[in-house]
Ligand binder design. Structure first.
Ligand SMILES: [Zn+2]
Length: 444
């Protein structure tokens, strides 16, 4: 494939600089050069596209999604589990993956979920990597690790012995040895990272968001074993003690972190532990109100939502690396991931700060900052093209209409034409992209 030269763009490169005029050269799956000002002469050996009027951003990253269930799912209900066998969930996952990519998210980390004992997210990643499906880069955990009765124990009704057709959900372990064994099993299955639950949460019947889950020894076993295999550890942690135990054990990311305090925030900043904030999810549950199928969760969400906002400010003041996460599909539709940017704006972040959470900071949280998250020579060419400026109005990303092209690894996978038609495919050539994208959409 010829190198591709994108000229006259306004570029937000994800390093923290405000957008600047630039030309970007892409060779194969990587950015070859980014030049501001000096024009690279076009030649026969290069496909050049003039993109005056467009703004380019690094492909967005969501550090916390659930792709393998529909937003309407009643994942704790035995009926839903029985009536939604693995192939049906897989088709749903394929749709969710594509919707996520079309929304500008080129990398997501799938943080566990119901699984019939199958590592469905690992299979989804493999299907995308093999070219069977079009989707984002997926970091998969193959399901989470929970204590019995913990937030990831989705064996309901609780009085029944585990049964495959009711879905084991995340795996349950109840001593350090079984925790280690489960990490080893997940690594063997092909997990990219390990997800565990060190506090209760909102959506599981019977546990409280503030209660600590797993003993410190069990968490240490999970982290030590994962790190032996060079796998990062993400923990669901709402309550303070659960956060403390996890940070002390050396986890890499804390998910949600709703009750963290200044002392633990300082420790996270010192250790380089990232916080994946998920500000929108509880509000999304509350917005559903009485139509939400789990009244107990609704009550819990009402209490936790204020604490989460406070924790976010505490972490921000302490200098914790803050990364964007949504928890889609839990009440937020896969593909609506960028609504989280609006939540961040609501917390007083500038568009630049919010977009850094979805690019550079998110890449740091995933340990992939040397490959993705910024647009620079040598990095993987993940990029989105917009025909409206999110620095003037962030809602243009959440609304998706302004996203005109999504590139992953140097391939243009999605194009939205001037008329709003969508072109999807793994092999759109730069020429197709040129024809489809070149004219900025005429507004009004
Ligand atoms: Zn989650």
């Amino acid at each position: 494939m010829k190198p591709l030269l994108l000229e006259n763009l306004l570029l937000f490169d994800g390093t923290g600089l405000t957008p600047y005029k630039a030309d970007i050269r892409i060779e194969g799956e990587r950015f070859a050069s980014v030049s501001s000002g000096a024009r690279t002469p076009a030649s026969e050996e290069i496909d050049a596209v003039d993109l005056e009027g467009f703004i380019a951003l690094p492909g967005l990253i969501d550090c916390h999604v659930h792709l393998v269930s529909p937003v309407e799912a009643l994942v704790h209900e035995p009926y839903w589990k029985l009536n939604t066998p693995p192939p049906l969930k897989a088709f749903c996952a394929a749709r969710n993956a594509l919707e996520t990519l079309k929304a500008g998210f080129t990398t997501v980390r799938n943080c566990g979920g119901v699984s019939y004992g199958l590592p469905e997210d690992i299979f989804l990643r493999r299907a995308i990597d093999a070219g069977y499906l079009v989707g984002p880069r997926i970091l998969a955990c193959g399901g989470g690790i929970s204590m019995t009765g913990g937030h990831g124990d989705r064996q309901f009704p609780a009085f029944m012995p585990p049964h495959p057709l009711l879905g084991y959900g995340d795996e349950t372990c109840d001593d350090p040895a079984s925790c280690r064994r489960e990490v080893r099993r997940k690594v063997k299955m092909g997990a990219d990272f390990i997800k565990a639950y060190t506090s209760g949460g909102v959506s599981t019947p019977g546990d409280g968001p503030q209660s600590a889950e797993f003993t410190p020894e069990e968490i240490q076993a999970i982290v030590a074993e994962a790190h032996l295999h060079d796998k990062r550890v993400a923990v669901h942690a709402y309550g303070l003690q659960g956060i403390r135990n996890a940070v002390k054990a050396g986890v890499d990311t804390v998910e949600h972190g709703c009750y963290l305090d200044p002392a633990i925030a300082r420790q996270m900043a010192d250790q380089g532990t990232s916080l994946v904030t998920t500000l929108g999810i509880l509000k999304a549950i509350l917005r559903r109100g009485k139509s939400y199928p789990n009244p107990e969760a609704l009550k819990k969400a009402e209490v936790v939502v204020a604490a989460q906002s406070c924790a976010f400010r505490t972490a921000r003041e302490a200098g914790v690396n803050l990364a964007l996460g949504t928890d889609a599909s839990v009440s937020i539709r896969n593909g609506d991931n960028a609504t989280e940017l609006m939540e961040l704006a609501g917390e007083g972040l500038s568009p630049l700060e919010a977009l850094l959470m979805a690019t550079r900071n998110a890449a740091i949280a995933l340990g992939l900052q040397h490959e993705i998250g910024t647009i620079a020579a040598g990095k993987i060419a993940d990029m989105i093209l917009l025909d409206e400026n999110p620095f003037e109005d962030m809602s243009v990303i959440a609304g998706k209409r302004a996203i005109r092209a999504v590139m992953r690894g140097g391939k243009v996978l999605c194009v939205r034409t001037e008329k709003g038609e969508e072109l999807i495919g793994a092999s759109l050539s730069p020429a197709v992209m040129m024809a489809a994208v070149q004219a900025p959409r005429r507004r009004g």
